[in-house]
Design a binder for this molecule. Structure first.
Ligand code: NCD
Ligand code: ZN
Length: 359
């Protein structure tokens, strides 16, 4: 008997690197990593090369996903000034829209108000707009939610002042949700010094106070989702002259969160809300029938290599995880068991805008 049975987890923030970054990850390897981490549905980000800002680019990525995915995959459309006129044509193919307000890996970035306004006017009202917003950009994101009276989701929140502003916005009833990534909960600036480029991502690792504030708001209820921000880059790239920001996370997210469960800090119901119920509700994702994750709660030490992700490293090596995934069942099929991914490429379903459910 497993120690714990969870629903198939949903990761609303994954980078699968197709097109243009297939040497880092592709749909087959990234979704193998997802299943190994107990994740049966991922929403993949649009900062590919070329980015997913046009109907043609999105259609090609959807075809690649249909051929390669081993778990269910939805795609984000990306916002850019040049392609903003395409937005209404992307809504049928994408699950949600992503707007980058701050610099990160890839060229996608919106820093002019007319483009932002056009995004909020063109994107269907009932569908999520997710924003990469750091520091005062969080106020911009909340302001847009208030002005347009429509839901915004703020991705990978990492700083105390940001989560506190979001808590205030929620307290005033504004339609704002947010996610936090495990690296911002289990690592801090002290680890960044130790890890060098392997500990560099956007947003960067926070201070001990930031980490404490994120935990307080995670247990208190401000945080809606745990999202991996699985952002694979090869070790050669990370150790090269211009290391790109980002770290892999699909296979370590649940094991790390289980540490908090084992410590008695995080009730299992709250874990399930953060990694399944809330992602499903916020993005309007359909239930996956006969789907579950079986967990063994024996502590283990996270190894440096031996992962499903093509980049095969982790910034969490050496940390103790509170549990591990033993078996994953997706729509009645065993898709992962004791280290082996059993689902074939193409067996996952692709979710488009028409495949969403709304309350
Ligand atoms: C992400 C990537 O590599 O695509 N990098 C990162 O540091 N988080 C981009 C992003 O999510 O901002
Ligand atoms: Zn990301």
């Amino acid at each position: 008997m497993p120690d714990l049975i969870l629903p198939g987890l949903i990761d609303v923030h994954t980078h699968l690197r197709v097109p243009g970054g297939e040497h880092k990850e592709d749909f087959a390897t990234g979704t193998a990593a997802a299943l190994a981490g107990g994740v049966t549905m991922v929403l993949a980000m649009p900062n590919t090369n070329p980015p997913l800002t046009t109907p043609d680019a999105l259609a090609a990525a959807l075809r690649a996903a249909a051929a390669g995915a081993r778990c269910d995959v939805g795609l984000y459309a990306g916002a850019s000034r040049e392609d903003v006129t395409h937005l209404s044509g992307l809504a049928g193919q994408a699950v949600a829209l992503k707007i980058y307000l701050n610099d990160t890996f890839g060229k996608l970035r919106v820093d002019d108000l007319p483009t932002l306004a056009a995004c909020f006017q063109a994107w269907p009202r009932e569908r999520v707009i997710a924003l990469h917003a750091e520091r005062q950009s969080v106020a911009v994101a909340i302001g847009l939610a208030a002005v347009y009276d429509r839901p915004v989701h703020i991705v990978h929140v990492s700083r105390r002042e940001e989560i506190e502003l979001i808590a205030d916005a929620k307290g005033r009833g504004l339609p704002v949700t947010c996610e936090v990534s495990p690296h911002h909960l289990f690592l801090s600036a002290a680890d960044a010094a130790r890890l060098g480029p392997l500990g560099d991502m956007r947003p960067v690792l926070g201070t001990a106070e930031d980490v404490a504030a994120l935990w307080a708001h995670l247990l208190g209820g401000t945080v809606d989702c745990i999202a991996t921000d699985h952002a694979p880059h090869t070790l050669d790239e990370k150790r090269g002259p211009n290391p790109p920001p980002g770290v892999p996370g699909l296979e370590t997210s649940l094991p790390l969160m289980l540490t908090a469960v084992a410590d008695g800090r995080l009730p299992v119901e709250r874990l399930t809300a953060l990694m399944h119920d809330n992602p499903r509700r916020i993005f309007g994702l359909r239930a996956q029938p006969d789907t579950r994750v079986e967990v063994d709660m024996t502590p283990w030490t996270i190894p440096a290599t031996g992962w499903q992700t093509k980049c095969d490293w982790t910034p969490f090596a050496g940390l103790t995880a509170g549990g591990r995934v033993r078996r994953v069942v997706l729509r009645g099929q065993i898709v992962y068991e004791d280290g082996a991914v059993l689902a074939a490429p193409g067996s996952g379903q692709v979710i488009n805008g028409a495949g969403l459910e709304r309350d």
